[in-house]
Design a protein. Structure first.
Lengths: 226, 402
């Protein structure tokens, strides 16, 4: 099977000789559940941003789903994110003025689906993450775990090839965090490719594949037979 | 390596409005206040235009009603001898005979006559009222209505009867003629047979007491040379008749005749109000500009505050253009709401003003449309910089937690 995501010799430098990634090569197959683990400053967030086309590498190759992200225009990358990628953030980034359904439907906003279809699919996505009873609630009426589930539903609603989660449990207590990881595992079992960034190596133990990072380099890439 | 192309990101047109109004819906007070800034600007401009249009409309309809075809002929400055010149005695009939003249009437000075309520009032107290002798066709030529009674007639002009101008009647305390009121002129009582309505074209008549010429000549030894001749002319012949009037009225010294057009004064007044209008319009434009700066300010703050929303939208697939469009739309909405509210406020202010001043309500459609368009233009300008700035943020910059 083709690699869904392929990084080859990716270097990211910031002005002032700051090297965030010092030559990273990595392949992720369809259907994988990967944890990228490392202390803060190890370059894992930069790696996720480059994998998610939110940022461009200084050097190296990024190929997502057969699409060369390095040579693509900004608009083409936007289209790729709209149609093939999903994101989950530590701070959820839900819009206060919108209900849970409309927040999730926002995941389809830039792929040009009509509103009725977006809401329909958003309801299904919310049911999938166990929030079928919270459809019309505002983010301010949801608990932390519910907010993150809503954000996960938003990442899933477009049926992306790959979902990137940046510290998805970072703002949650450990029990709620564990339930979010459990949800991600379930979604992976159902076929979604998921890449999770975390600084918590204990949490990473739950993942079949763990990529350990330090100082912008991959230190270890362990695949545990599931 | 094959590069697959994806269908571009797309934001449906009807979604633009929803996305562009999120900021307003979540921050209602701020949106209302910044829209208010623009609303005040637009309201003042619409009101200024509306109020001046209403009052100009009234002036113009007054001018229309009175006609611009009335000229007055008066003795002007005498060039020889220095003193005031006089019109010949036969000036009025001569003028009336000119082709194109519809009617002509004259008034005559009555030297030494004052009008008082009774004989007990001090002789020097003339209440600012001038006594004139008048031809009997004065109301027709001046298009003056009678407020009460009737004007001097052939039959009564040689008797001690008087007609009062509107202001004169008020000052003398005469409001009706049915109880046969009398006023004291010179050394005897005159019966008031009529009161004139307001003569807009010549306010001097409002402050006059008019008696018949034979009576004035008999009792006050009045001169039969007219103090003023009013001439009503056929509309399309005004210019040619006007040129001929001086020579006809006083063939010997046409240069000593002064011909004027009372409606010119009203038109000058209408023009003067127009001049004030542009001044106030300028003030309204300044208010609008301040409102626009307020919107720009609010938009800049909004972009700063909503960096993470911008980052999220980029992650969800929004292009830079989508971000620009969203914030530009928000700015246009703010200004548009302000503009529409302002136009309504301005129209209401005009309605209140014209009702209070008893004028016809005129709100020029150009003012309403222009006001809303001006608001939108201000909104576009104010929103341009913030929204371009928002679009320039890279997704990672926008998502960086501060």
């Amino acid at each position: 099977m083709d690699d869904l995501l392929k990084l080859r010799g990716v270097v990211k430098e910031y002005p002032g000789d700051v090297v965030a990634l010092a030559g990273v090569s990595l392949s992720i197959n369809s259907g994988e559940l990967v944890a990228i683990v490392g202390p803060s400053g190890s370059g894992k967030t930069t790696l996720l941003q480059i994998m998610g086309t939110l940022d461009r590498p200084s050097r190296g190759e990024v190929i997502i789903d057969g699409f060369d992200a390095g040579s693509a225009s900004d608009d083409q990358l936007s289209a790729l994110r709209a149609r093939r990628l999903g994101f989950v953030f530590q701070q959820f980034y839900l819009l206060d003025g919108l209900s849970a359904v409309d927040n999730v439907a926002g995941g389809l906003l830039y792929s040009g689906h009509p509103l009725a279809e977006r809401r329909q699919r958003a309801r299904k996505a919310l049911e999938r993450v166990g929030l079928g009873h919270r459809l019309d609630h505002r983010p301010s009426q949801l608990s932390g775990g519910e907010k993150q589930r809503t954000a996960i539903a938003r990442a899933l609603v477009g049926r992306p090839s790959i979902v990137f989660a940046d510290e998805p449990t970072g703002a949650l207590d450990s029990r709620t965090g564990a339930s979010i990881i459990e949800l991600l595992r379930e979604l992976n079992d159902a076929g979604t490719t998921i890449v999770v960034i975390t600084h918590d190596s204990e949490l990473a133990e739950a993942f079949p594949r763990r990529v350990a990072m330090r100082d912008g380099e991959i230190m270890a890439d362990d695949l545990v037979a599931a | 390596m094959s590069t697959r192309a994806y269908a571009p990101s797309r934001l449906l047109p009807r979604d633009i409005l929803a996305v562009g109004s999120i900021g307003l819906r979540t921050r209602k007070v701020r949106a209302a206040l910044s829209a208010l800034g623009v609303a005040i600007g637009i309201a003042s401009m619409v009101a200024v235009l509306g109020i001046s249009a209403s009052s100009q409309e009234q002036l113009l309809s007054t001018i229309d009603r009175l006609g611009t075809n009335l000229l007055t002929v008066e003795p002007g400055q005498s060039f020889v001898g220095g003193g005031d010149s006089q019109l010949p005695v036969e000036a009025r009939p001569k003028v009336a005979a000119v082709d194109g003249v519809q009617s002509a009437t004259s008034i005559f000075a009555v030297e030494g006559a004052t009008v008082r309520r009774t004989s007990y009032v001090d002789e020097d107290n003339d209440s600012g009222i001038t006594v004139y002798a008048s031809d009997t066709n004065l109301p027709e030529t001046l298009s003056a209505a009678m407020a009460a009674g009737s004007f001097l007639k052939e039959a009564t002009k040689a008797f001690p009867t008087v007609v009062l101008g509107a202001v004169a009647a008020q000052r003398l305390g005469v409001s009706d003629v049915r109880d046969r009121p009398q006023v004291w002129i010179g050394d005897r009582y005159y019966r008031v047979v009529g009161i004139l309505g307001t003569v807009t074209l010549d306010s001097g008549i409002d402050r006059a007491a008019l008696i018949g010429l034979p009576e004035a000549q008999a009792r006050f030894d009045a001169d039969a040379t007219p103090a003023k001749v009013y001439v009503r002319i056929e509309d399309h012949r005004i210019d040619s008749v006007r040129d001929a009037l001086a020579g006809t009225a006083n063939p010997e010294n046409p240069e000593e005749v002064s011909v004027s057009r009372p409606s010119d004064a009203l038109e000058a007044r209408a023009a003067a109000e127009g001049a004030f209008t542009s001044l106030f319009l300028g003030l309204g434009a300044v208010a609008l500009l301040v409102g626009g700066v307020g919107i720009a300010n609010v938009m800049v703050i909004s972009v700063l505050e909503r960096r993470s929303e911008i980052g999220l939208r980029r992650a969800l697939g929004a292009t830079r253009r989508h971000i620009t469009v969203q914030f530009l739309c928000e700015s246009l909405l703010l200004a548009g709401i302000g503009g529409v509210a302002g136009a309504v406020l301005g129209a209401v202010a005009t309605a209140i003003s014209s009702t209070a001043q008893d004028q016809a309500l005129v709100v020029p459609p150009e003012a309403i449309v222009g006001g809303v368009v001006a608001a939108l233009a201000i909104g576009a300008v104010a929103g341009l910089y913030p929204s371009v700035r928002a679009a320039k943020l890279s997704p990672t910059e926008a998502l960086r937690t501060v």
